[in-house]
Design a protein around this ligand. Structure first.
Ligand SMILES: [Zn+2]
Length: 418
């Protein structure tokens, strides 16, 4: 069933497929000043097709929050008029989504299917890379299959670290939300840095001698493939739902952490649909099972998202402080400081429920409640200039600065986890 298609061709096909859906589509930013304006946005979302970029859903909108949403070309005039009539101040972040989608590929040209760390790579290219890198660095990298996706794609996990006896490990996943392309790019970058600097860079060598990393480069593979071939802004997985044509579950609402309580939808047509039960989705089940089976060694959990430049830690489902809140706060503060030291990129950090908004069923809360005391969620660049359509030329600086934060957390976990 594997399609071997050069990625340049995929890009070309993708541009054709999506041309009709995103040409002249816009992304608006609104900052509601009071409850009336919050209600306006929620009402607007119920009558117009708004695709929320930040927060994830109209449900999460509160006063003074920056709210970014995408509107199709045929609705954007009406939405603009509504906002003007109601004296809602707005900013147009992106004027023509189709142009931005094409501009993402501003870095190296995607004429070949060759894997490249400074490019966005298609799933087929990433899958082939996982096999190749494990073969090239057998003493440092091994590939594990942890399950299959809904569409029967194997889920590959890379174990990275010098082979030796019992070691503490850190689990890191990327691409749980399909459209956040910078996230899988970071997981690949991490593996590149690990393999190329082991034995040369002192910190990396120390870390890989004493720690293992489990790196899941793409969590939501089916969704990622869909975002490359059919809908660049796809978020959920691709599983069927009963009694509806709407496809997909939000995998980051599907974990068994106060599942189905706050910040979720039980409507399969919504972007934050939590599924029929905790771990109802094959992808969630595979990851949760793997983590449970390896809990004795996993001391840290990192989940990589975009966008908004934040480093978050539990909880999301309650405003109750996590037992080691002060410690997590300190580690996050230092990690953000390390990140900013490279290019001055500003990050917020803190408890998910307060820094972003309350959500249940997220992977980082679940990992924490399973006993992984160092659990963090990253929201990588940017803060809305390009949103999910971050140009390829930003992959390198984004990954370089993020490495500093991840290395800081890893060092901390190695030295402090019991
Ligand atoms: Zn996300």
């Amino acid at each position: 069933m594997k399609r071997i298609v050069p990625s340049g061709l995929i890009v070309a096909i993708f541009a054709l497929v999506s041309a009709s859906s995103f040409d002249r589509a816009k992304v608006f930013r609104v900052k509601p000043q009071n409850e009336r304006q919050v209600k306006f946005i929620k009402d607007l979302a119920s009558i117009k097709q708004l695709d929320f970029w930040h927060p994830d859903s109209a449900l999460h909108v509160v006063t003074h929050m920056e709210v970014d949403f995408h509107v199709s070309a045929d609705q954007s005039r009406a939405v603009q008029t509504f906002m003007e009539q109601n004296r809602i101040q707005y900013e147009v972040l992106l004027h023509n989504l189709q142009e931005e989608i094409e501009k993402q590929f501003d870095g190296k040209k995607n004429f070949t299917a060759r894997h490249c760390y400074t490019k966005y790579n298609s799933w087929d290219t990433i899958a082939a890379w996982t096999a190749r890198i494990a073969k090239k660095y057998p003493k440092l990298v091994s590939r594990i299959e942890i399950g299959n996706t809904f569409e029967q794609r194997p889920m590959y996990l890379l174990q990275v670290g010098k082979v030796s006896g019992r070691k503490k490990t850190i689990f890191m996943d990327c691409g749980i939300h399909a459209r956040e392309w910078i996230s899988p790019a970071f997981c690949q970058w991490f593996v590149k840095q690990a393999t190329r600097t082991y034995g040369k860079d002192k910190t990396m060598t120390y870390l890989l001698d004493n720690l293992n990393f489990y790196v899941l480069p793409v969590f939501n593979i089916d969704g990622y493939v869909w975002s490359w071939t059919k809908d660049r802004l796809w978020r959920k997985n691709r599983s069927n739902n009963s009694n509806t044509d709407c496809i997909g579950t939000d995998l980051n609402r599907n974990f068994n952490a106060a599942w189905g309580t706050v910040g979720v939808s039980d409507d399969p047509c919504d972007e934050i649909y939590c599924g029929t039960a905790a771990e109802s989705e094959k992808e969630t089940k595979a990851v949760a099972t793997f983590i449970r089976e390896n809990l004795h060694s996993i001391k840290g959990y990192l989940t990589i998202h975009s966008y908004s430049q934040m480093l978050l830690f539990p909880y999301g489902y309650t405003s109750r402080k996590a037992p080691n809140h002060d410690e997590l706060n300190k580690v996050a503060e230092e990690a953000v400081e390390a990140l900013s030291s490279m290019y001055g990129t500003k990050y917020k950090y803190g408890v998910s429920a307060t820094i972003i908004y309350p959500t249940s069923g997220s992977s980082d809360d679940w990992a924490y409640d399973e006993g992984i005391k160092y659990s963090f969620g990253f929201e990588l660049r940017d803060r809305g200039k390009y949103g999910f359509l971050l140009p390829q030329s930003k992959i390198k600086p984004t990954c370089k600065e993020t490495m500093l934060a991840v290395m800081h957390i890893a060092k901390y976990v190695l030295n402090h986890a019991s």
